[in-house]
Design a binder for this molecule. Structure first.
Ligand code: SF4
Length: 323
């Protein structure tokens, strides 16, 4: 396939390959589509406010309760793990930095001038992050050995090449925004919901929010996007139109329309999770311990009896209670 030239990326139609066409078909605006009425936003805002009323005076603008998609996802898993993550400084590894560099590469690609050569874009992305002191990954990148850097470059190259070849060329009139941040607060800024979306396409009231994933797609990704839709709806007072998780490895998109039911489900999950987090942060009870996939990277997996048992069962060393 001929790689699109920069002018093609910006404003010229080209013949799409089947994978690109499938994404256009999935994300296109159906003729019968209509935006959700404004009372839907008023309703979800009221639900969230009422549900969180018990913590309306528990935090302050100076020391707010901050809630993001990761907090909500982890607290619904193992609360102990959630607190460990909340208290520990974030530590980069090759896997996590791979996603950051891939996102940066795609961001550069949207404004790239000159021939689109994936390896050059990946190198530019690594340089851009490594040389930016405001990027928390910069120190980690600088510390990598030559072979680790080569490993990282190869891993990102696959993701960026897949995006160039399998995602439709993004046109300027789609108003693309990369790493788009949004936040919404309650109770005089004492509870803050924040989100940072990988890729947003479309104008106000018609936005399509896309998460770019460098691993396999899981149900948690769908919940993450619903959280984004909730925050964006409350912040902008306009609901997004559609949500999509795009696997850079598999070059596949999973999408769903934003409906009133979807937003209500996001409100319930977010409100419940926020109350759980508030409990734990305020130390009104001990965190519950619930084994799951997260045990594999939990820092106390060896000393946690429940988690260690779960991992032994997972590896077949021990029978589960069901057997
Ligand atoms: S090992 Fe598993 S169950 Fe134990 S604290 Fe960690 S995540 Fe929770």
């Amino acid at each position: 396939m001929t790689l699109p030239t920069p002018s093609v990326i910006i404003d010229v139609d080209i013949e799409l390959n089947p994978l690109q066409q499938a994404i256009i078909d999935a994300l296109g605006i159906p003729p019968e589509w209509e935006p959700l009425p404004s009372h839907v936003i008023e309703s979800i805002e009221e639900q969230l406010t009422v549900a969180l009323a018990p913590i309306a005076h528990s935090f302050s603008a100076e020391a707010p309760l901050r809630v993001n998609k990761h907090h909500i996802a982890t607290v619904h898993g193992c609360e102990k793990f959630h607190m460990l993550q909340r208290e520990a400084p974030f530590a980069w590894n090759i896997n996590t930095v791979r996603g950051t560099i891939a996102h940066k590469g795609i961001e550069l690609l949207l404004n790239w001038r000159g021939p689109v050569i994936p390896a050059e874009i990946v190198d530019a992305a690594i340089t851009s992050v490594a040389e930016n002191p405001r990027e928390s990954a910069s120190g980690f990148l600088v510390s990598l050995t030559a072979h680790e850097m080569a490993e990282l470059r190869g891993a990102v190259l696959g993701a960026v090449t897949n995006f160039i070849e399998c995602f439709p060329p993004i046109k300027a009139q789609w108003r693309p925004m990369v790493e788009y941040s949004a936040s919404y607060s309650l109770f005089d800024n004492s509870v803050i919901f924040s989100s940072r979306m990988d890729l947003v396409l479309g104008g106000p009231g018609k936005k399509v929010i896309i998460d770019l994933k460098t691993g396999r797609l899981t149900p948690t990704h769908r919940d993450d996007l619903r959280f984004y839709a909730l925050v964006e709806s409350l912040r902008s007072r306009q609901t997004p139109r559609q949500l999509g998780s795009y696997s850079l490895d598999a070059a596949r998109l999973e999408s769903e329309d934003v409906t009133e039911g979807l937003l209500q489900s996001a409100v319930r999950r977010t409100a419940h999770g926020t109350l759980l987090i508030a409990d734990l942060v305020l130390k009104t009870r001990e965190p519950d311990v619930r084994p799951g996939a997260q045990c594999r990277w939990c820092p106390i997996a060896e000393s946690c009896e429940v988690g260690a048992r779960y991992l032994r069962q997972l590896s077949g060393e021990e029978d589960s209670d069901d057997n």
